[in-house]
Every structure is written in C-alpha cells, then in structure tokens.
Design a binder for this molecule. Structure first.
Ligand code: SF4
Length: 402
C-alpha cells in the first residue's frame, strides 16, 4: 500500500504519496503530479483533466469529469506535450518545496527534479527519438512494457486500414545493432526501469525471423535484462506481435524453447474470421495457418492475444464478419492465459480502406451497431471463470508509449 503523509504546517490537503516506482505530490482530490525514479514526469491531473506523458514527450489528455457520455481526448505532439510538462514541473516543484520528504530513497530523485525540472523530460524525449524513432502501437496490456526494437516497421505494410508504419522503412537489426540498442535503452531508462515488468519485442512482427536468429536474440536479451518470474522485482516475461503470413509458423517444440527463454504471449492481428472481410482489409491471413500457429504456441506454453477489428467491412459485412469471427473463435483452443481484443476499426481518411468505403458507399457501424457486433462475438467465448480467455476492447486512439 502506498504511504501517505501530511505535515501539520502545510495546507491540509497537500500530500506526498509514495509507491515503489512513483513519487506523487497531490493537493486536494483533483490535482497531482507523479514522477518516476529518473525524475521524469509520468502523469498529472489538474483542472478536471488527466495527463499522461509518453517517452517521446507527447501527451494524452483526457477529461475525467465528463457530463456527456462523449469522452474528451486530446493528443498533444512532443512540442506541445513538453510545454504542458513545463507547467507541471513548475507547479510540482512549488508544491514539493512545501512538504517534507520522508522516504530517503526518493531524496536524490527530488534533488534532480528541483535542479533540472523539465530538462529531464526533454533529454529523455530527445534520446528516445534517437533510439526508436517511434513506437507506433502496442497491445493495451503492454503499454507499460519496455520496448526493445529488434525490427523497425512492418515487412508487409499493405493492409488497407493500417497506417501505423507507412512512414517507416522495414529493417531487422543485426545482433550487434540490437545489443547497442538495448544498451542505449537501459541508459535512457536508468533507475526508472523499476516501472517495467515486461519486455516487448518491436515492431510489427519481431518473431518473423528465422528461428536460429531468434534464439540468439532471446539469449542476448536474457543476458542483458534477465527474465525471472520467480523474482517479482525482475522482468517477468517477453511479449511481441506476430504476423502469420510471411513464413511457416513455428513448431510447438520451437515455441517451447522460446517459452523457456521468457516468451509469455504473442499478439496476432487476426482482424476477422471472414475471408471476404480479410480481402477488403487486404490482410493476407490464412485461417488454416492461424489455427496451426495458435495450436503450436499453446502447446509450447505460450499465450496468445488475438486482435479482431469491430466494424471491419462496415454494414455491408456486418453479419458475415460477426458470424465468421464467432465461428473461428469457437474453434481455437483459447484459455484463461489468452486475451481476445476487440478493436474498433478507426477509419483513417488517408487509408486505402477509407477510399474503398467511399467508392463502394459502405456505411460504417454506428456505436450501437458496434456494441451489438461486439456482443455477438463475445458470446462465442467461454467466460473466464470457465477457463475462457479475457475479452477486452482495444482503442488504438488511447495508445501512448509511456
Ligand atoms: S496491420 Fe499489421 S501486417 Fe498489416 S500493415 Fe499494419 S502492421 Fe503490417
């Protein structure tokens, strides 16, 4: 439990809150500023909004006192995010000066915050750009993982709805380049590594390299950042995306070896159980390979995260998409270690999918239609208390790598 301390001589509502990995100064119920052990601002709340900063200095702002059911979400780029962070540092430093720190392990951190303020976040944002360029997307349960970018971009990069990696040329790092990248990441994160429980191998399909190469990668990662589920303060596991159309799926025996080296779950953009919808999405998934791949991963002791697109194909494919996806899900050997994400298709106006929908006059799903389609798909799955997978919504607009 975080400890709370208030000094008698300071405003009654001013507190410091300590968690193992976060120091928070808060005043009243609606204003707070939280910092990691590198002195970098992680999140804040003021004026009825929540703010979360990414490694790149960008910021996601959300309203938390919403009267209408509409969620208020504003994404600030790095320049704007750092301006807001500047305000937050100034305010937090003033508040810190009025309270007495009681956990000595945070003293050097507080000294850093007071001495350097916003520069800490600016330096990390600059280093992040040098090391990563960008981290375009992660599954929601991995937003807080430490990303190690083995590959950059997506080798295929032609799905009609996806614009995540359009601007990024695909490449696989050599082992030497990857080692230098990991060393740079460790240096950038510094003592704030204690906030990370998982590693995520990026980008779109880091597992899509020959098995021998992959083994060397897993051994390197374990040498530099040991994965040890027996120690709750250590990294607990490795996670990654996989596509299922660029190469033959790994065998169960190969998956078992990767599981022994820390691989816990693999996320696959399944998108739909319908061949027709997959064609519209220009996603070359083959359903028999998806079956094989999921079976091998499960047999090898690796969990799966399957992502399906709610609303794919619009109203034209409303029933086909739901029925075929339901059928597919009922055939896969999923259990409580797995996750099914239902991600609403975000119609990027610059995407080929948007062009198709316009030319074909295909109506998108209303929020109510999307909820109904979600319910149809959910009904195909066993509940978690009967050893079924977890099912969750996935809103890519909420993504920020923090
Ligand atoms: S959806 Fe996946 S496979 Fe398709 S372009 Fe995007 S990252 Fe690549």
């Amino acid at each position: 439990m975080p400890q709370t301390k208030r000094l008698a001589a300071v405003p009654a509502e001013l507190h410091l809150r300590y968690a193992p990995d976060l120091l928070t100064v808060e005043i009243g119920a609606n204003e707070s500023y939280s910092f990691d052990r590198a002195g970098c601002l992680v999140r804040a709340a003021w004026d009825g909004h929540l703010y979360r900063w990414g490694f790149d200095g960008s910021c996601l702002q959300k309203a938390f006192t919403v009267r209408s059911s509409e969620k208020v979400r504003i994404r600030h780029d790095t320049a704007a995010g750092l301006v807001m962070a500047h305000h937050a540092y100034d305010r937090a430093i003033r508040l810190f000066s009025q309270v007495q720190l009681e956990q000595e392990s945070w003293r050097p951190v507080l000294q850093q915050i007071t001495a350097y303020g916003i520069q800490l976040l600016q330096n990390r944002a600059r280093r992040f750009k040098e090391l990563y360029g960008d981290v375009s997307i992660l599954p929601p349960d991995q937003y807080g993982a430490l990303v190690l970018q083995l590959t950059e971009g997506c080798r295929y990069n032609r799905c009609s709805f996806c614009t995540f990696y359009k601007h990024i040329p695909y490449r696989v790092k050599t082992l030497e380049q990857f080692e230098a990248h990991i060393q740079g990441v460790l240096d950038m994160v510094g003592p704030a590594i204690d906030r990370r429980q998982n590693l995520f191998l990026g980008d779109a399909n880091a597992l899509g390299i020959p098995f021998g190469q992959l083994l060397a990668v897993f051994e390197l990662v374990n040498r530099l950042i040991p994965v040890n589920p027996a120690d709750k303060t250590a990294i607990q596991g490795i996670y990654t995306f996989l596509d299922i159309f660029n190469r033959r799926p790994y065998t169960a025996a190969q998956c078992k070896v990767l599981a022994q080296l820390g691989l816990r779950r693999v996320y696959i953009g399944a998108e739909s159980g319908s061949e027709q919808v997959l064609q519209v999405l220009r996603k070359p998934n083959q359903l028999h390979l998806l079956h094989q791949c999921v079976a091998a991963l499960k047999e090898g002791g690796v969990g799966v995260g399957l992502i399906f697109l709610l609303g794919a194909g619009g109203m034209r494919y409303y029933h086909e998409h739901a029925a075929a996806t339901t059928r597919l899900l009922s055939q896969l050997p999923l259990d409580k270690r797995d996750i099914v994400y239902l991600s609403e298709l975000v119609n990027d106006p610059h995407s080929d999918y948007a062009l198709w929908a316009e030319q074909e006059d295909v109506r998108p799903l209303s929020p109510e239609d999307a909820r109904n389609q979600e319910q149809m798909i959910r009904r195909a799955l066993k509940p978690v208390d009967e050893d079924g997978p977890r099912v969750s919504r996935y809103d890519v607009r909420e993504f920020i790598y923090y």
